[in-house]
Design a protein around this ligand. Structure first.
Ligand code: NAI
Length: 281
């Protein structure tokens, strides 16, 4: 039986650890040739190195799969071009992009430095944009469609205390996913996002992860969903944000209430106050 991603070339960013590493191993097991991108820094965006990406590549090869390492940062256009180039020079094409790389620099808004804001926006939001743009341009030239899977977050979709920078970036990735799904439809390229919760180095010291077992909330629950969205099984699915928390898989949707309308003229603030319960119902 053919494997789910047989013949596909997939780029996974941030694939040296956590969820991205799991994606890369899973995609390779399902027959994809994988570009394992990772800058190799710490979880706050400091430092860099090739060990993380090299280890994922070595583990894929040891299991009989095909992979190449790339150490560029997703956060610059040059980095994104370099990642795409790794796919083209080693495997001759690209079919799938999984934007997964990420860092955290949690601060409340009043305490946030410009560096905390800029680094997080650069890696998550601009990184997703640059990689998506570079790969979409290539997919357009190839003319055979493709799959893009972005990574948003509960924090950006619902909000989370102390994560103004990260939530703004992840909310932006939600919006980018919606726009890209519309723009790339005519190229046969689907664009979806996952919003995971998993025990990784990024989350291991959060209060919500205290006592959580890797079996229940490990990255192994996330990658099958990413592989589904990256595969031909999901050819008709685009613009969706899929939540994955352990064995629970669900959709996030932006909500518009039915609201209220007025026969004539603009509402006054006092009228809005009076009808607030109906507006928000
Ligand atoms: P992680 O810290 O284990 O892995 C992130 C990887 O991205 C690291 O290997 C890191 O070296 C790499 N990376 C960081 N900056 C990079 C850059 N500029 N260029 C290339 N690679 C870079 O974190 P985890 O938990 O695996 O997160 C993966 C994605 O899932 C992130 O986008 C994160 O925001 C998102 N996410 C994770 C959640 C969780 O519960 N673990 C919750 C919601 C979202």
């Amino acid at each position: 039986m053919a494997k789910l991603l047989e013949g596909k070339v997939a780029i996974v960013t941030g694939a040296g650890g956590g969820i991205g590493r799991e994606h890369a191993l899973y995609f390779a097991k399902e027959g994809a040739k994988v570009v394992v991108n990772d800058l190799g820094g710490d979880r706050h965006g400091g430092g860099k190195g090739g060990e993380l990406a090299d280890k994922t590549v070595a583990d894929i090869k040891a299991a009989g799969g095909e992979a190449v390492a790339n150490y560029d940062s997703v956060s610059t256009r040059e980095g994104a071009d370099g990642i795409l180039w790794s796919a083209l020079s080693k495997f001759g094409k690209v079919d799938v992009l999984v934007n997964n790389a990420g860092i955290l620099r949690d601060r409340t808004i009043v305490n946030m430095s410009d560096q905390d804001l800029n680094l997080v926006l650069d890696v998550h939001l601009k990184g997703t944009f640059f990689c998506m743009q570079a790969v979409a341009r290539q997919l357009k030239v190839q003319g055979k469609g493709g799959r893009i899977v972005n990574t948003s977050s509960l924090s950006g979709l619902i909000g989370n205390f102390g994560q103004g920078n990260y939530a703004a970036a992840k909310g932006g990735i939600y919006s980018l996913t919606r726009v890209a799904a519309l723009e790339f439809a005519k190229m046969g390229v689907t664009v979806n996002a996952i919003a995971p919760v998993a025990l990784t180095r990024m989350t291991e010291d959060l209060p919500m992860m205290k006592g959580v077992k890797a079996d229940d909330l490990g990255p192994q629950h996330i990658s099958p969903v990413a592989a589904f969205l990256a595969s031909d099984l999901a050819a008709e699915i685009t613009g969706q944000i899929v939540g994955v928390q352990g064995s629970k898989v669900f959709l996030y949707r932006m909500e518009e209430t039915p609201g209220v309308s007025k026969d004539k003229g603009a509402w006054t603030p006092a009228e809005i106050k009076e009808r607030w319960a109906e507006i928000t119902r």
